[in-house]
Design a protein around this ligand. Structure first.
Ligand SMILES: [Zn+2]
Length: 181
């Protein structure tokens, strides 16, 4: 696997990741029932999240980057139950997004880099900042490829408040970005 040396200006990109320590710390909070509920109103019956009750935990695979290699860490998330309609919702930590295995710092860093540079393609971005996977198990699907980055950009455009910060980063980098259109 090509290695991007420390002097490479792209190197910082490869350090943008939540860490396993952060994930473990959050999992501890979930275990102790200490995670705050940042969910919005129930979309089905409009009960305020202040009334949501903890309703167990679920495991979540999360990919953190260490030395250009993606490592899988199992984190815990809190399930919340709406007392109005009994629907369960999953609470996410600040560093993770629903349906995304890579962490928000990684997603933001790559998206921002893409937005900053008019001439860069997804393929080039990945070539410059390759992220591999350990040679165990079903490794191929952990490797960061250009279609993943393409989907990240689309996702950031769709999300509302959860990734407002990520969008801000992109918009700061490129005020002409059409992410909100
Ligand atoms: Zn409800």
């Amino acid at each position: 696997m090509p290695y991007t040396g420390a002097s490479d200006p792209c190197k910082h990109l490869l350090n943008d990741t939540a860490t396993s320590e952060q994930i473990n710390q959050y999992s501890d909070q979930v275990r102790k029932g200490e995670t705050p509920c940042h969910l919005p109103f129930c979309p089905l019956c409009h009960v305020t999240p202040d009334h949501f009750k903890r309703h167990g935990k679920r495991q979540r695979k999360i990919l953190v980057i260490v030395e250009q290699v993606a490592h899988m860490v199992i984190g815990l998330l809190t399930c919340w139950k709406c007392p109005g309609c009994s629907t369960c919702f999953t609470g996410y930590p600040p560093f993770a997004l629903p349906y995304k295995q890579y962490t928000l710092p990684t997603i933001c860093a790559f998206s921002r880099r893409y937005a900053e540079n008019d001439s860069i393609t997804y393929r080039k971005l990945i070539q410059q900042n390759p992220i591999g996977s350990p040679q165990i198990g079903n490794a191929a699907e952990w490797q960061l490829d250009q279609s993943t980055v393409h989907r990240w950009i689309g996702t950031l455009g769709q999300f509302d408040t959860t990734t407002r910060k990520a969008q801000d980063l992109i918009l700061q980098a490129d005020p002409a970005s059409t992410i909100n259109s």
